[in-house]
Design a protein around this ligand. Structure first.
Ligand code: GLA
Length: 734
């Protein structure tokens, strides 16, 4: 083909209408062209006049704009919707039918665009819910089968974002990790080709990779500058996010065009979904976030949005908890637990949580990981006076009481497994594959959903004094198969399991609204916005080593709000790493989220207890600011020998700064710590808290009043002289 032929062929779109979805800073501009395709024109900062800009040609003429949702056979550059139609045809080509805009309230606008296949009665609705103040757009897709009979969905993205000729310098930040090393940060330049972040664990969403990313469009990301697009997939199971970066289809004007499409789906492996005639399929939600001020703003947007719309009681600070797990593991009795409560109450703690090991009877007692899971009756051998006695003991000490569950699982050594071997996920003709000596109950089965709900509801109804549940999940899928789903629908397992889980979450939330819920999955295996919606907090990691926690918490802070991040101080040597760290350092690290304890206080030397008591008191004085303030990260543990972050709460007129020294070298320079987000012309009183008895403040300006401008432009002089030195500093305005 000669070049000129191409130019003659060049499609010049007549745009019929523009659909703009806007937040305070961002705009997603879509266009319907004459042939009724829905195209993506722009995602980025707001445009004053998108119609005029598009009509003027530079975006439209001379090359093809990408389809807003690419289909198999309907678009060349990508395919995020792939369907086998009722007549076995495999191509799909969507055209615009209509759209509607609904103002939900002064901060939320919902846009629904209805599309249809040109040939078949397959309808696709694109939903965009814009949260204006938070710069967030929640996106999902509804696929309706109005064809003459069944269809099969092979690929079904929640959302697709096509960035056409925006930049040639995308940098992707993702959060990888596994058990005890969650949310490690990696940043890479996106080169041509496909990059996939994914997770195929079935029950876990955030081991391997957390379902979230940051995309800087102008080179390496910066905390405070530059355009960054944030994305998070709200789904508590397997998922996949693709970044498909390539040349755009045509280059009619001989200018090279590039195209990045980002799409997210819960379909990661072999998860075809069959829709009967008349049925609809709703994808999980994808949370799109926009910042023109670096990654810091992305985090503040996510946090604010989550606290307000996607977290239970997002503005009520959480209680200070002592969890029994690392203190006792399975080895406890009533006296040991009551002694732990005694220790906690003396320290000013607020809630005692009894972890694994309290249930299972007779030969199935839960004294190890080998037996008892599934049998949610109190183990009377270990706890002869039952849960009521423990709750009563807690209440006498003015402590609340919480308990551990792992309701989706069963040990083969349990009454439940003996009664219902058909309830586990497996192919009937294969042997069970055990992991942590347990199997997964098949939540696609409504009877199992009912059973799981009842196991928890029974305990909560019998013991109204329980005000907290740690909901754990310690294994993933293998031996894929559901003994409930029909032979044809085995591949529905991944989607139906998670929907079953959400059904149970919803019932628990509705019927036990006063109970605080923590999501845990061998630590941080279920940290995603899908699960968080039904919970108050997450257990960030089974790794309680404060040094490694700095990295884990730092990573998570990019996406998930601090109020939900449970951090517990544990014993030294640390159970996971064997490391010994100063008690103050351990507290200062845990206090930058939801503070808790994970030890027997009687295992601490007497002289440490005074510090613990004072630290708990200090935490209470800053808890509101830490929980609901805006995060400003200052020095990254990835780039420096320090980790410094802060929370600014305008309502309380306070900023709290946390500073940690990770490594000490002779001749090492400690840079000035420049604060962020303050009011330049206001005065701030500087007070370091949580010092050891007799310890000199690390902050040289301690006790001084300084202006916001000076603190931001010149900064703070911090003397973190030793390895694992740390400081907590309060700045009070006014
Ligand atoms: C998982 C959790 C831990 C603890 C144990 C109990 O590993 O992540 O916090 O609850 O289970 O078995």
């Amino acid at each position: 083909m000669k070049l000129n032929d191409k130019i003659i062929d060049s499609p010049e779109y007549n745009i019929e209408r523009i659909i703009t979805i806007e937040t305070t800073t961002a705009a997603l501009v879509l266009a319907v062209c004459e042939e009724k395709s829905l195209l993506t024109c722009h995602f980025g900062g707001k445009l004053d006049n998108p119609e005029k800009y598009i009509a003027s040609g530079p975006i439209v003429k001379g090359y093809e704009l990408p389809k807003a949702i690419s289909t198999f056979g309907g678009s060349e550059h990508n395919s995020t919707l792939r369907v086998t139609h009722a007549d076995q045809a495999i191509s799909t080509e969507l055209i615009y039918i209509s759209h509607s805009i609904h103002e939900i309230d002064s901060n939320r606008t919902k846009t629904i665009i209805e599309l249809r296949d040109k040939l078949h009665s397959l309808y696709v609705e694109l939903h965009y819910l814009a949260y204006i103040a938070e710069d967030i757009i929640e996106c999902w897709t509804v696929i309706k089968n109005n064809e003459v009979s069944n269809i099969t969905l092979h690929d079904y993205a929640s959302f697709e974002l096509a960035l056409s000729n925006k930049t040639a310098n995308y940098h992707l930040t993702s959060f990888f990790g596994l058990w005890e090393r969650e949310a490690s940060i990696q940043e890479e330049k996106l080169n041509f080709g496909k990059k996939t972040l994914e997770n195929n664990f079935g029950t876990w969403s955030s081991f391997g990779f957390n379902p979230a990313f940051l995309l800087s469009t102008e080179g390496k990301s910066h905390e405070d500058f530059g355009e960054v697009i944030g994305g998070a997939y709200a789904w508590t199971g397997s998922w996949k996010i693709d970044f498909n970066y390539n040349f755009n289809k045509l280059a009619h004007d001989r200018v090279q065009r590039e195209l990045l499409t980002i799409s997210s789906t819960n379909q990661s492996i072999a998860a075809d979904y069959h829709l009967q005639q008349g049925e609809s399929f709703t994808t999980p939600k994808f949370i799109l976030n926009y910042s023109d001020q670096g990654t810091g703003k992305i985090s503040r947007n996510f946090h604010r949005w989550c606290r307000k719309y996607n977290l239970r009681d997002g503005d009520s600070p959480r209680p200070i908890i002592l969890n029994s797990w690392e203190g006792t593991q399975f080895d406890f009795n009533e006296d040991v637990l009551v002694e732990m409560m005694d220790g906690l109450v003396k320290m000013g703690g607020e809630m005692f949580v009894l972890d694994d090991g309290w249930f299972g009877e007779k030969e199935f007692t839960r004294d190890s990981i080998y037996s008892g899971l599934g049998d949610w009756q109190v183990n009377r051998t270990k706890l002869p006076k039952g849960l009521d006695y423990l709750i009563d003991q807690a209440q006498q000490r003015e402590l609340s009481f919480g308990i551990w569950f792992e309701p989706e699982m069963v040990n083969p050594k349990s009454q439940l497994f003996n009664q219902h071997p058909e309830w586990v996920i497996k192919q009937p003709d294969r042997d069970n594959i055990l992991y942590r000596q347990q199997l997964v109950l098949d939540l696609s089965n409504p009877d199992v959903q009912e059973h799981v709900y009842q196991s928890i509801a029974n305990i909560l109804e019998q013991h109204p004094g329980i005000s907290y549940i740690k909901w754990d999940c310690n294994r993933s899928f293998t031996n894929f198969g559901s003994q409930y789903l029909s032979k044809d629908n085995q591949s529905h397992l991944w989607y139906d399991y998670v929907q079953g889980l959400y059904t149970v979450y919803q019932r628990i939330e509705k019927n036990f609204a006063q109970v605080i819920l923590q999501v845990c999955a061998s630590g941080g295996g279920r940290i995603d916005f899908g699960a968080l919606k039904y919970h108050h907090e997450f257990w960030a990691s089974d790794n309680t080593d404060a040094l490694q926690r700095i990295y884990i918490q730092w990573g998570l802070s990019h996406i998930y709000p601090t109020i939900a991040c449970a951090n517990h101080v544990s014993i030294c040597h640390n159970h996971q790493t064997g490391r010994t760290l100063p008690l103050k350092f351990r507290f200062d690290v845990a206090m930058s989220g939801r503070l808790g304890l994970e030890l027997k206080l009687s295992d601490l030397p007497e002289q440490s207890l005074n510090f613990v008591r004072e630290a708990v008191k200090s935490y209470k004085s800053i808890r509101n600011v830490v929980s609901t303030g805006d995060i400003y990260r200052i020095m990254s543990p990835y780039d420096t020998d320090y980790s410094i972050l802060s929370y600014l709460c305008e309502k309380e007129n306070k900023l709290i700064l946390f500073a940690y020294k990770l490594k000490h070298l002779i001749g090492q320079l400690m840079p000035m710590v420049k604060l962020k987000g303050l009011n330049a012309s206001s005065d701030y009183l500087i007070e370091e808290i949580n010092l050891l008895k007799g310890q000199l403040p690390h902050c040289q300006q301690n006790g001084f009043v300084m202006t916001g401008r000076d603190l931001m432009n010149k900064g703070l002089r911090l003397n973190l002289a030793e390895e694992y030195d740390s400081a907590v500093i309060v700045f009070t305005c006014g």
